[in-house]
Design a protein around this ligand. Sequence first.
Ligand code: CP
Ligand code: NVA
Length: 312
Amino acid sequence: MKRDLMSLHDLSSDEILHILDLTQKIKNDKTMGKAILKDQSIGLVFQKPSNRTRVSFEVGVTQLGGHCLYLGPDEINLGVRESTADVSKTLSRYLNGIVARTHTHQDIEDLCRYSSVPVINGLSDLYHPCQALTDLFSIKEKFEQIKGLTFAYIGDGNNVCHSLLIGCAKVGIHINVATPKGYEPDEDVIETAKTYAEQSGVSIDLSNSPEEAVGQADVIYTDVWVSMGQEKESEKRLADFDNFQINEKLMQLANNKHIFMHCLPAHRGQEVTAEVIDGPNSIVFDQAENRLHTQKAVLMFLFQTQETCQTE
Ligand code: CP
Ligand code: NVA
C-alpha cells in the first residue's frame, strides 16, 4: 500500500506531530536517513514555477541518497500532450515517487489515483500541504508548545490558507482568518476544518476584519494577493485587498511576542511592508530553510511507511 500526500486530510493529527518531531531530528542531524532513497528516482512534475519547493525537494532527495528528475511544463503538459492518467501510469513504471505542482487539484487526485508510487502535492489551486507542515514546524520551533496558540491569517482564502486551516485545526491551534468579501476560503474546506477543530478543542474565526483577526494573535501570516495562474485578475485583486496589508500599525494589535510568517515569494508594498517582513519578528527565511528539513521528513515518512507495508 503506497501513501500519498495530496493534502493534510491524508495525515492524522498524530502523524502530523510525528513529522514535526522527525523534522527537528533531521534539522539537528543533517546526515540522518542519508541512504533512505538509495537508488530511488523521484520525478518533479511541475506545471508552475517554483524556487523553494523545487530546490528543497531536489536537495532533500539528494541528501537522502536518491536522484531527482525535474519535469517542467515543456516536458509534461498534463492533460494536453497526454492524459494525466497516462502520464501517471507511465511515470510509475520508471520512478519511485512523484512530487507534483499542478494548476488544478483534480490533476493531483488523478496522479495519485493512477500512480503505483507515492505522490506528493507540491502545490495545487486548492492545497499546499508541504508548506503548511513547514509552517507548523516553524511555529513549534519558535514557541515549543503549539497547542493553544492563536494563528491569524490575513489575505486571500487560497491554497496556503486552506492547508493552514486544516493543519492548525488538526494540531490544536486557534485560527482567525480575515479576507476581503468574496475571497473567503472554500466552504468545504472550512466545514472540514471545523470538524477537526472540534476534535482538538480550538476555534476557527472567519471575518473580513484584519484588526479583529490579528488581535492578540501569536502568529501573523500572509500570502500573495495574486496567486500563480490568477495574473489576469491582478488589477481587481490589488484594489480589493487594499485594506489587508500587514504593516506596523496592524502589527501593534498582535501579541508582544508575535512572529510574522509568509510562505514566499512576497511582494513588499502589497500584502506586507518591507518594515514588517524584514523586521525583527519576521521568521520568513527560517521558514524557507525549514522547507528542506520538512521535505526530507515527509519523504522519510512516506517511503518508510511504504517499506513497512510492503514487508508486512
Ligand atoms: N513557498 C513556496 O512554495 O515557494 P515556491 O513557489 O518558490 O516553491
Ligand atoms: N498562493 C501562492 C502560493 C505560492 C507558494 C500561489 O499559489 O501562487
